[in-house]
Design a binder for this molecule. Structure first.
Ligand code: LMR
Length: 393
């Protein structure tokens, strides 16, 4: 049965993560996989999450099944965190999922059931797994223009492509902190996005994995909240991997916004069925940590302070790194990094330079030039900037 089975295709991000682990050189620098790192290069359990974990260990009385769509308190807490009061609960169906990837997968499955001919449009570029899963599911896909080579939103091209997407198709948008470019629409761009989608009837699918890493928890959600207010339907895939540092524990949520309560009821039954067919019950532990943190004002404040510290650190790294690159290359070609958002930027480097950084300097970037800015430290910035300057002369 298994003889002759072709090898599965490697994911470029996960392959690089493993290559980094296998590299025995001292001083290697991991700017690959999207995991927040502190100034020591570590990814500690967030302290508010640790306290919630202790509280849960002491008070949890059972691990009996919850519901097929997970703990409603988790869904409710994340709905408020992401959507605020932009959409009333009676418009929203939900499904707890294993991480944000699980939410995306269930969103794609839902689209396949409800609109089998709908094409899903992805930004060019996007997180590679967006397309990989759609390809795996043999779903129709297209890309829309998004990032200009200079590291800014290619506004005219983006809006032109967006306006061409027909009614019933689905447009995947990154809620904030675009992965891999760090390029986000400005507030007035979100207004325009909402206008265009209102006119065309295409449905937005928002991937939100970095709320709070860009400008702030509220600011980073403002665009998607505007869409939720303006448009009758929307899908929102939420990851708690980065925002609560719960990577391996897998906490995610799919919210499906319907035009009315009757549609919501049907949607809810479909999401319940999709979960049952895929894995029955979603993981509960990490989601319960999130709802515990968000329900307790003291823990919530502590978590927000930790998230703010992460965001601030990334902003400072962006500024320092950009200044160093400007000084060493005597050019402004890397300046955009300073104003981009979140964990990632994509460096304008040739594949040969990216290979040389890895092989000659032990500096790991994804093959398309994406770097995890938080992987830098004050200590490594001069060395990384120097290596980049050397490879680009
Ligand atoms: C990333 O983009 O590096 C992360 O979301 C990890 C992953 O699963 O690819």
């Amino acid at each position: 049965m298994f003889h002759g089975l072709p090898a599965g295709q490697e994911d470029p991000i996960i392959a690089l993560m493993l290559a980094f682990r296998g590299d025995t050189r001292p001083g290697k620098v991991d700017l690959g996989v999207g995991i927040y790192r502190d100034s020591e290069g570590a990814t500690p359990v967030m302290s508010a999450v640790r306290k919630a974990e202790q509280h849960l260990a002491e008070t949890q009385e059972t691990k009996a099944y919850t519901a097929l769509t997970g703990d409603p308190a988790f869904a409710d807490a994340l709905r408020k965190l992401t959507l605020g009061d932009a959409a009333s609960a009676d418009r929203i169906a939900f499904a707890g999922t294993p991480g944000g990837s699980g939410a995306l997968r269930q969103a794609y499955e839902l689209i396949a059931r409800t609109a089998p001919d709908a094409t899903v449009w992805l930004p060019d570029p996007s997180w590679p797994n967006h397309m990989a899963v759609l390809d795996y599911l043999q779903r129709p896909t297209r890309t829309y223009r998004y990032a200009a080579p200079e590291g800014e939103l290619d506004r005219d091209a983006f809006f032109e492509d967006l306006a061409s997407i027909p009614r019933g198709d689905v447009v995947l948008l990154h809620g904030c902190c675009h992965n891999p470019t760090g390029i986000d629409p400005a507030p007035e761009d979100w207004t325009r996005i909402a206008e265009i989608l209102s006119q065309t009837g295409a449905v937005p699918l928002i991937d939100l994995a970095y709320q709070g890493f860009g400008t702030g928890l509220t600011e980073d959600a403002a665009g998607l909240r505007h869409l939720a207010k303006t448009l009758p339907e929307m899908l929102l895939c939420i990851s708690c991997s980065k925002t609560f540092g719960l990577y391996r524990d897998r906490a995610g949520l799919l919210l499906a916004l319907a035009a009315n309560d009757a549609d919501r009821t049907t949607l809810q039954s479909q999401l319940t069925l999709l979960n049952r067919n895929a894995f029955s019950f979603p993981p509960d532990h990490a989601g319960r940590l999130v709802s515990t943190v968000l329900a307790d004002p003291v823990l919530k404040a502590e978590w927000e302070a930790e998230l703010t510290a992460m965001r601030t650190r990334i902003r400072t790294l962006r500024d320092t790194f950009t200044a160093e690159l400007r000084r060493l290359t005597n050019s402004d070609r890397f300046d955009r990094i300073a104003s981009q958002n979140g964990m990632f930027s994509r460096l304008p480097l040739e594949p040969e330079a990216i290979r040389a950084l890895r092989e000659d300097h032990g500096i790991y970037l994804i093959g398309d030039g994406r770097m995890n800015v938080s992987g830098l430290t004050d200590e490594t910035i001069p060395r990384v900037a120097r290596a980049i300057a050397e490879t680009t002369v």
